[in-house]
Design a protein around this ligand. Structure first.
Ligand code: C6P
Length: 411
C-alpha cells in the first residue's frame, strides 16, 4: 500500500515542476515545511505570469483594442476556472486580494444588514482574519460576539454551537481547517445546524482548499473565502464565494471604477455580479496565473493530492509521537499540518536550528493568539505544514534534525 501509493503519485516527477525545490539553504537541500503560510509555485504559474506581461498586458473591461480584449478574456476565463473548481456559478466568485480581504469584505458589507444587539458566532480556533474584523464590528455597533469552544481533543464543540445559536444570531463564521490544530471541521453538518436557526454561515477555507476537494453546493455554505497563494497561485489574489441571492442584496465593499453600470451627478447604478465587488483595476495577471494553478491541481487531481498528503501526515504524526519530549497539539482528525513543542525549548530556537539544516518550519502564535495563548496556554508553537511535493525522506531528515536541536540547547 505504502509503496504503490507513492509510486502512483510520482512525487519525484512532481517536484521537478517546482524550480525552488532544487535550491539549497545553508548548503543543505531545501526542505520546505511551511506550506500553510504559503505554497511554492509550479513552473506553469511562473510562466503564465511572465507570458501575460510579455504578450497580453492591458487593462480589462475598458479598451476596444486587441490587447484589452485578450486580457479581459483571460481574466474572465480565470473567474470561470475558479467557479468550476469549487462548483460555484460564475457570478458567485469575486476576486479579492486574499482570504483576509474576502472576510473583511463580508464584515463591511453585511454590517448594513445587522442591527444593535444582533449576535455573531466565531470559534476559539479562528485565525485573526476571521476574528478581528468581527470583534471590531461588534465593538462599533454593540453586537454580541460569541465563541464556540473547542474540546480537549481540539475539535469544535457542536453542542456548544447549538447552545449559542438563538434568534439574534445573524452570522456564524468558522474556519474549515485550523491553521494551528489542523482540525477539519464538519462544515456540511454545521451548515445544517446554522441554517435551521436561519443564520448565515461563512467559512474560512484558507487551509482547506489547498488540501481537499471543495464543493460549495454540496457543503451548502453561504460564503467561503480562500487565498490564491496557498493553492500554488501567486500572492495578491484571493477569492470570495457567495450565494448569488445574498451577494445581490449586499452593499458594495469598495466604490469606484468598474463596479458601476451608470453614474450621474445624482446617483450610481452598480455593475452586475461578480464585478459589483471588484472596484478598480483588479489583479489581472495574478488571476490569470491562479487559473493556471487550478489547471495544474486539476491535472494531478485533488482527490489524489488529499490521499497522498494523508499518507504523509500519518507518517509525520507517527514519527513525532515517538519522540518522548514532543507535545503535539490538536485532534487526530487533522489535515496536513502538525503543531508541536519540544519540552523546555522555545519554538523560535527550534525553528532557527532547523533553518541551519535547510528546513523551513513556522514558529510563533500562527496569527491565532487567542487560541495559542488563552486555550493552548503556550506563548508559541512550532508547526510543520506539508504539501504534496514533500516526501517521507524529508520527514526522516526533519526528525533527525530534531536531535541537533536538542544537542544545541539541552544540557
Ligand atoms: N495563515 C499561516 O501561516 P491571507 O494572509 O489573507 O492569505 O490568509 C489569512 C488566513 C486566514 N485563515 C486561515 C485559517 C489562515 O491560515 C490564514 C493564513 C498563514 O497559518 C499565515 S498567518
Amino acid at each position: 500500500m505504502e509503496i504503490s501509493l507513492t509510486k502512483q503519485f510520482n512525487v519525484e516527477k512532481i517536484r521537478k515542476d517546482f524550480p525552488i525545490l532544487a535550491r539549497t539553504v545553508n548548503n543543505k537541500p531545501l526542505i520546505y515545511f511551511d506550506n500553510s503560510a504559503t505554497t511554492q509555485k509550479p513552473k506553469i504559474v511562473i510562466e503564465t505570469l511572465n507570458k501575460f506581461f510579455e504578450t497580453h498586458n492591458a487593462n480589462i473591461h475598458r479598451g476596444i483594442h486587441k490587447l484589452a480584449e485578450e486580457s479581459t478574456l483571460l481574466y474572465e476565463e480565470a473567474h470561470k476556472k475558479v467557479s468550476d473548481f469549487i462548483n460555484a456559478e460564475f457570478e458567485e466568485v469575486i476576486f479579492t486580494k486574499n482570504t483576509t480581504e474576502s472576510l473583511n469584505l463580508l464584515a463591511y458589507s453585511l454590517f448594513n444588514n445587522l442591527k444593535e444587539n444582533d449576535e455573531i458566532i466565531v470559534s476559539q480556533m479562528e485565525h485573526h482574519s476571521n476574528f478581528v474584523p468581527w470583534q471590531q464590528l461588534a465593538k462599533s455597533k454593540n453586537f454580541k460576539l460569541n465563541f464556540v469552544k473547542i474540546d480537549k481533543e481540539g475539535n469544535l464543540d457542536l453542542d456548544h454551537l447549538k447552545q449559542l445559536l438563538n434568534k439574534k444570531t445573524k452570522i456564524v463564521s468558522l474556519v474549515h481547517i485550523s491553521n494551528v490544530l489542523g482540525t477539519i471541521n464538519p462544515v456540511k453538518e454545521i451548515a445544517k445546524i446554522v441554517h435551521e436557526n436561519n443564520s448565515l454561515l461563512i467559512v474560512d477555507a484558507a487551509q482547506s482548499v489547498p488540501h481537499m476537494k471543495i464543493d460549495v453546493k454540496d457543503l451548502d455554505v453561504d460564503f467561503l473565502a480562500f487565498s490564491g497563494h496557498k493553492i500554488y497561485g501567486p500572492t495578491g489574489i484571493g477569492v470570495l464565494y457567495g450565494k448569488k441571492h445574498l451577494l445581490k442584496n449586499m452593499a458594495p465593499f469598495l466604490y469606484g471604477g468598474d463596479m458601476i453600470r451608470e453614474v450621474t451627478f445624482e446617483y450610481t447604478n452598480f455593475n452586475q455580479l461578480p464585478w459589483k465587488f471588484e472596484a478598480g483595476t483588479p489583479q489581472i495577471a495574478e488571476a490569470v496565473a491562479l487559473g493556471s494553478a487550478i489547471d495544474y491541481l486539476n491535472e494531478i487531481g485533488p482527490e489524489r493530492i488529499e490521499e497522498y498528503e494523508k499518507y504523509l501526515t500519518n507518517y509525520l504524526y507517527k514519527k513525532l509521537s515517538e519522540q518522548k519530549d514532543v507535545k503535539i497539539y490538536g485532534s487526530k482528525n487533522r489535515s496536513s499540518l502538525i503543531s508541536f513543542n519540544i519540552s523546555d525549548l522555545h519554538p523560535h530556537d527550534v525553528a532557527s536550528i532547523l533553518d541551519s539544516e535547510g528546513i523551513a518550519i513556522r514558529a510563533g502564535h500562527m496569527c491565532a493568539m487567542p487560541l495559542v495563548r488563552e486555550v493552548l496556554k503556550e506563548p508559541a508553537v512550532c508547526r510543520v505544514s506539508l504539501s504534496f511535493y514533500n516526501t517521507k525522506e524529508e520527514i526522516d531528515k526533519f526528525i533527525l534534525a530534531l536531535d541537533k536541536v536538542r544537542r544545541t540547547f539541552k544540557k
